[in-house]
Design a protein around this ligand. Structure first.
Ligand SMILES: Cc1cc2nc3c(=O)[nH]c(=O)nc-3n(C[C@H](O)[C@H](O)[C@H](O)COP(=O)(O)OP(=O)(O)OC[C@H]3O[C@@H](n4cnc5c(N)ncnc54)[C@H](O)[C@@H]3O)c2cc1C
Length: 484
């Protein structure tokens, strides 16, 4: 709920960010300790301008990729900034490799997600149980990195990886630049519109936009997961021994109870032990809990997750038929993070809107996923397992993802897309899935290009025109009520 707004002022010489100077009374030649405090004061610096664009997208996960591609395809000069060496965010680098596109009766998400799935070719597999379940595609996270690179390149997006957005330069209701830390020092990236797709809302929080964090009762966010892949399975052997799967699962539970085995997601473990689909399987069952914004805690939890993975696999190799040659072949580059800051927007998506399949005049597309809360205490339990009707829209129905949850009241040239957009803890547990993040990215990226083109704020873009352009670009937007 706190904010870390830091105001920067332009000098009288009016030169924009290149003229950042003499801004505070604390200029000094070197970093100084402040007596009796745990802070240091750093000297002011003139920062080089690294790049400049119409639209600066910060964060190259699924939301950021969709935002960057769509803004560029509609004529904006676009830069995408990413702290990691490759794009895709949770989808590729945390190995979260399932796309959901259906409301359990029909497909309701198309647009850029459908394009990525089609371009994915052999990296993407359509699941056989669609449309009965919302899951539709499983993909190879390594191959999808290349597909995302190609989509951005062909759209004309300038991609800068290996740098982190650390400060937002704001005066009044406008953002002027984002400051990035690179291997060669801090630099400025100037833009006319900024889109925060960092997953954690770093840019918006640094710009002083209020945010919420965690559930109302204790401020804890959803549990995180270390995703991993195992190769060398013999699926026929495994499937031939369901009774052994039950025995091994019971053993895992007993060891866990005795404190000799880590937490795991029971439901997922059973399914992985009973019915692997192929010799290489991706596992979503290794929970940890904590604060994803606290670097030391995140380091400790990542190490804990990596250790847990080997504890599972070592036991299976010993106990479970078909697992004797099992080897971990991949782990997430980082922990899979489901929730951190949720930046407060003009509108906030909440649980009743999700479950009630509520439609919105400023719809960018549809959402359907259930309120799927992974235990913030790290037991591995997910409310998905309960399959309660009051936690999901009815089969065949979907809610609208509104533009208003991506815009804010304070800074009119800054939008937020993806899991850090404006929602309650409960609604975030639905809207955070990648297909929904791409709906937001495509909608806001297109809106940003229209705003640049028409010399307007994003909130001033004609919503009907935006929706009609999105439809032409393949997006599914139905049942839009009148109003704004
Ligand atoms: C274990 C797990 C399982 C899940 N299962 C599914 C599933 O089955 N299906 C599904 O659709 N969704 C699933 N989800 C949810 C989904 O993967 C994420 O919510 C979604 O990928 C978020 O996308 P995003 O683009 O908003 O953020 P992210 O994917 O987190 O992307 C943010 C990007 O911004 C970069 N970044 C962050 N900070 C900065 C900064 N300061 N400067 C520059 N770059 C920065 C990051 O490196 C990253 O690349 C799961 C999530 C987890 C963790």
């Amino acid at each position: 709920m706190s904010s870390t707004r830091r105001q920067f002022f332009l000098t009288a010489s009016g030169g924009g960010i290149g003229a950042l100077a003499s801004l505070t009374p604390v200029a000094s030649q070197a970093a100084m300790d402040v007596k009796g405090s745990k802070e240091i004061i750093v000297p002011e610096k003139r920062l080089p301008i690294l790049a400049e664009a119409d639209v600066v997208v910060c964060g190259g996960g699924t939301a950021g990729i969709a935002a960057a591609c769509s803004a560029a395809r509609h004529g904006a000069k676009v830069i995408l900034l990413e702290r990691w060496p490759s794009l895709g965010g949770m989808a590729t680098n945390a190995l979260v490799n399932i796309w959901h596109t259906g409301d359990r009766r029909k497909q309701v998400i198309f647009g850029l997600l459908q394009e990525a799935a089609e371009r994915g070719g052999r990296f993407v597999r359509r699941m056989s149980d669609f449309p009965k379940r919302p899951e539709m595609y499983e993909f190879d996270p390594v191959g999808m990195r290349v597909v995302f690179d190609q989509m951005l390149k062909e759209s004309g997006v300038r991609v800068l990886c290996n740098l982190t957005a650390v400060e937002s330069v704001v005066t009044g209701d406008r953002m002027h630049a984002v400051l990035v830390d690179t291997k060669t020092g801090r630099k400025a990236v100037k833009g006319r519109i900024f889109i925060d797709a960092t997953g954690d809302g770093d840019v918006a929080a640094n710009a002083g936009i209020p945010f919420d964090f965690g559930r109302a009762s204790d401020g804890a966010v959803q549990g995180m997961t270390m995703m991993f892949q195992v190769r060398g399975l013999e699926p026929d052997q495994v499937r031939a021994h369901p009774e052994e799967a039950e025995r091994v699962l019971a053993l895992m539970k007993k060891l866990r109870e005795d404190g000799k085995y880590p937490q795991f997601m029971d439901l997922a473990a059973r399914s992985y032990l009973r019915s692997p689909r192929s010799p290489i399987v991706a596992y979503n069952m290794c929970p940890v809990a904590g604060n994803p914004l606290e670097e030391e805690e995140l380091s400790r939890l990542s190490a804990q997750g990596r250790e847990q993975v080997y504890q599972y696999v070592n036991l299976w190799r010993k106990e479970m038929p078909g697992f004797k040659n099992a080897e971990v072949c991949q782990m997430g580059f980082g922990l899979g993070i489901r929730e951190s800051r949720r930046i407060r927007g003009i509108k906030t998506l909440d649980g009743p809107m999700v479950v009630g399949a509520i439609k919105q005049p400023d719809a960018l597309g549809h959402g359907f996923w259930m309120i799927d809360i992974h235990d913030p205490k790290g037991s591995g339990h997910t409310s998905w397992a309960d399959q309660r009707a009051d936690m999901m829209p009815p089969a065949g129905e979907s809610y609208h993802i509104p533009l208003g949850m991506c815009l804010n009241k304070q800074i009119n040239n800054l939008a937020v897309v993806g899991r850090c957009s404006s929602s309650t803890h409960e609604a975030c547990a639905s809207v955070r899935i990648q297909s929904h993040c791409m709906v937001m990215g495509q909608g806001v990226g297109t809106c940003a290009a229209l705003a640049i083109d028409g010399g307007k704020h994003m909130a001033g873009v004609d919503i009907r025109n935006l929706q009609s352009i999105l439809r032409k670009d393949g997006a599914y937007i139905k049942s839009v009520p009148a109003g704004t």
